[in-house]
Design a binder for this molecule. Structure first.
Ligand code: NAD
Length: 315
């Protein structure tokens, strides 16, 4: 297949690009190397992706109806577009909400428009567990998202989902919305908890747990990428899927698992941060049934692999 991946220099994007190349797809990647975390790191992630093969790369932003981006869509004639580009993260969205309106909504509308105008058959959009807001401690099904968001990031993702539905109706392309649940692994995003904890522990610095008693459904990167690949192949019609591991892990268990690798770990505690939710827990019945999605990597195994990678990277 001919596939355009936006945000392909990012954490999930670079792993996805590698996996798609290994499956023999022809790729074009668009990424502006946004400074949310160092662009140098994104260049390294692009190199990591390139180890698996070659692809067209366009360093361009998706915020404007850019001529070069439009030209790439016209020339490349993709069968499928996987739209990952966004500014992620809840905390920054509290101080810079308008950037999220631009990067997570406006850029998505441009991608949907370019896709429709160039007869793309299938568009996939990276949404987030944050659209469920603060639900009680039980697994969330796809239809439980309406109107519960508690951060500008979540609001932007939920708004972008609405544009996805609208443009699928306007242009008739197939639309798949994938809601990711806290993805971690090698090349994990530096602003996220697990990569930050491991970096501190390698440097013998303390880690701070925000919000005792909270839990997250953590998804190992290979499982997340496996879910995206399954959706490219097997998704039918216009659908929304949770891609999580269906196992919430408490913040205390995260600290204990890491302490297994760093016995001298010093753990500090602080209150829950505004905008963060207490609990995430995916019901993945629909993705299992319709995409044959099946997360395989246990939390312990995923952490062991991530620590091993981080130790070699931080050297
Ligand atoms: P990332 O920041 O590593 O990757 C995003 C990439 O998009 C970056 O390389 C950035 O330069 C690029 N980008 C951003 N805005 C752009 C624009 N306007 N034009 C061109 N390029 C642009 O983040 P990630 O963790 O790999 O996340 C990928 C997607 O998955 C995002 O949409 C994110 O919201 C979503 N998501 C991630 C997680 C997670 O746990 N990592 C969870 C839920 C949802």
């Amino acid at each position: 297949m001919k596939i355009i991946v936006t945000g392909g220099a990012g954490f999930i994007g670079s792993h996805l690009v590698r996996a798609l190349l290994k499956e023999g797809h022809e790729l074009a990647v668009i990424d502006e190397l946004h400074h949310y975390y160092p662009p140098e790191r994104k260049k390294e992630q692009l190199e990591f992706a390139r180890e698996a093969g070659s692809f067209v790369f366009l360093k361009k932003g998706l915020l404007t109806d850019d001529e070069e981006v439009g030209l790439l869509f016209k020339k490349f004639r993709a069968d499928c577009v996987i739209h990952l580009a966004a500014i992620p993260g809840v905390q920054k969205s509290l101080t810079a909400p308008l950037e999220y309106v631009d990067y997570d909504i406006k850029a998505t509308v441009n991608v949907l428009k370019f896709s429709g105008e160039t007869n793309v058959k299938h568009v996939l959009f990276a949404s987030s567990s944050s659209v469920y807001g603060d639900l009680p401690n039980s697994p969330v099904k796809e239809e439980m998202a309406a109107g519960r968001v508690v951060s500008p990031y979540a609001a932007a993702k939920y708004g972008a989902e609405s544009f996805c539905h609208a443009y699928a109706a306007l242009y008739g392309f197939q639309m798949t919305i994938l809601r990711f649940f806290t993805v971690y692994g090698p090349w994990g995003r530096p602003d996220m908890a697990i990569p930050g904890f491991i970096k501190n522990l390698i440097r013998n610095e303390p880690i701070t747990l925000f919000g005792g008693g909270t839990a997250r459904d953590y998804t190992y990167i290979d499982d997340c990428v496996g879910g995206i690949l399954s959706a490219v192949k097997s998704a039918k019609g216009n659908q929304v899927y949770n891609l999580g591991s269906a196992q919430p892990i408490s913040i205390e268990k995260v600290a204990d698992t890491l302490a297994g690798h760093f016995p001298d770990a010093k753990v500090l505690r602080s209150g829950r941060r505004v905008g963060d939710v207490n609990f995430t827990w995916a019901d993945i019945t629909k993705a299992k049934r319709e995409l044959d999605y099946s997360p395989r990597i246990s939390f312990e195994e995923g952490i062991a692999r991530t620590v091993e990678w981080a130790k070699s990277y931080e050297k």
